[in-house]
Every structure is written in structure tokens, then in C-alpha cells.
Design a protein around this ligand. Structure first.
Ligand SMILES: [Zn+2]
Length: 224
């Protein structure tokens, strides 16, 4: 079975408070011009997207400079870290999963906040979970095979505190040179619905030259 692990993108979807959302505007219509087309203004951190190193690291590669393999994951680990209200993910939360993460290219962090995205969008935007700078340091220091971490919440950081910059910098190579991509605002509901972790995941970005990050369409392959 295959399932999307990314959300559809629309003007009204959740976003970091104060940031712009996508604008999708009709350009032509069959009635007037004989064909349908749209124009889209696409802020690159809205919706399910992959933060690349250059988002916070001036020496990090842009997204189109990364090889395809950075976005393809044949070894996937998932960590269950349930949260009723948002708090920071710590190294202690991940210790029970250390062996699984050691062999993984992608780590999915399942807090369950994706289940509240539709019902409580304001909490999802402003008071969700986040990665502490300590857990970012733990990830870049401990897991050389890890290419990406996927989050079922809005962002590496939260608008509720000031740790976001240090967490992003640490994850994106400013600490020890090693960087790990972050797939933010992922739809991990299929993992909760099936009780399974996907065997393979593809998270393919738009190949926009020069940008730090991009929306990704994410597909998980699950065993039937
Ligand atoms: Zn981002």
C-alpha cells in the first residue's frame, strides 16, 4: 500500500504565525479563453516542505545542489513520542529508539499532533511540539547515516519560544558540519491508521534553482 505523507496545499492551510501562505489564482478559464490555467505564488515554507541546510547555514547547499538520494529513504525508523500539548523533543525521548535510528536514513517523529491539525489549527500553528537544540545536536553527532527527520508538527521550532534559530542552525551543519534535512508539517496519520511504519519513503522537492527549501510531495510505501 502507498499513501501520501504530505498535505494538500491551499491558501487557508496552517502556517507559522505571520508568514505568507500560498496564493492560487485562476489565470484563464475555458469559458473566456478556451482553456484553464492558474498562477501560484508559493512561499517555500508553507505546507509540507523540506528545510534544506541553507535555510540557516550560509555555507550549506541549496536544495537543487543535493543529490536525489537525499530525498529517498529505504530505511525508515519511527519514534512514538505522544504529546497532549506541545513541548520540546529531547534526547531522552529518543534513547529507546537509538538502535533503530542508527540504521535509519529517515526518522519520523510521531507526536500525534497531526491528528489535531484540522480540529485545532491555532494550537497546531502556535503551541505545537518542537525540536530542542539538544536533540538536534544529539542527532547530528550520533547518527551519521541519518539524512532527514520528519515531523508530524509545524516546524523544527515554535513561535512560543526563542530556541528555533539555534535548533535549526545545529541541525543544518553549523555545529559539527553534519546536516540533516527536516521535513516539516508531515501527515503521519497513515502511520497511526495502519499501526505500521513505511518501508520506504520518497520526499521529492520542486527543483527550484537557488532556493533553500521547498514543498515536498511525500509518499510512503507500507507492507500490505
Ligand atoms: Zn521551513
Amino acid at each position: 500500500m502507498r499513501a501520501y505523507l504530505s498535505y494538500p496545499l491551499e491558501d487557508t492551510s496552517v502556517v507559522w504565525p505571520g508568514e505568507a501562505t500560498v496564493q492560487i489564482r485562476r489565470d484563464t478559464s475555458i469559458e473566456k479563453q478556451g482553456y484553464t490555467s492558474f498562477k501560484t505564488l508559493l512561499p517555500n515554507h508553507h505546507g509540507t516542505h523540506c528545510d534544506g541546510p541553507r535555510h540557516f547555514n550560509p555555507n550549506g547547499p541549496g536544495l537543487t545542489e543535493l543529490e536525489l538520494e537525499w530525498f529517498c529513504y529505504d530505511h525508515v525508523a519511527a519514534a512514538d513520542i505522544p504529546m497532549e500539548t506541545g513541548r520540546g523533543v529531547t534526547p531522552e525521548d529518543l534513547r529507546p529508539y537509538e538502535d533503530a535510528v542508527r540504521g535509519a536514513e529517515l526518522l519520523l517523529i510521531k507526536t500525534g499532533f497531526c491528528l489535531r491539525r484540522d480540529s485545532d489549527p491555532r494550537a497546531y500553528e502556535s503551541h505545537g511540539p518542537y525540536l530542542t537544540p539538544e536533540v538536534c545536536r544529539y542527532l547530528v553527532e550520533s547518527f551519521p547515516k541519518l539524512k532527514a527527520v520528519g515531523l508530524d508538527f509545524l516546524s523544527v521550532g515554535t513561535p512560543a519560544n526563542h530556541l528555533s534559530r539555534l535548533a535549526h542552525q545545529t541541525l543544518f551543519g553549523c555545529h559539527n558540519g553534519k546536516f540533516i534535512l527536516a521535513i516539516e508539517d508531515m501527515d503521519l496519520r497513515p502511520l497511526f491508521q495502519t499501526g505500521k511504519t513505511p518501508d520506504q519513503v520518497l520526499a521529492l522537492p520542486l527543483r527550484l534553482v537557488g532556493v533553500d527549501s521547498s514543498q515536498v510531495t511525500v509518499v510512503g510505501q507500507f507492507q500490505d
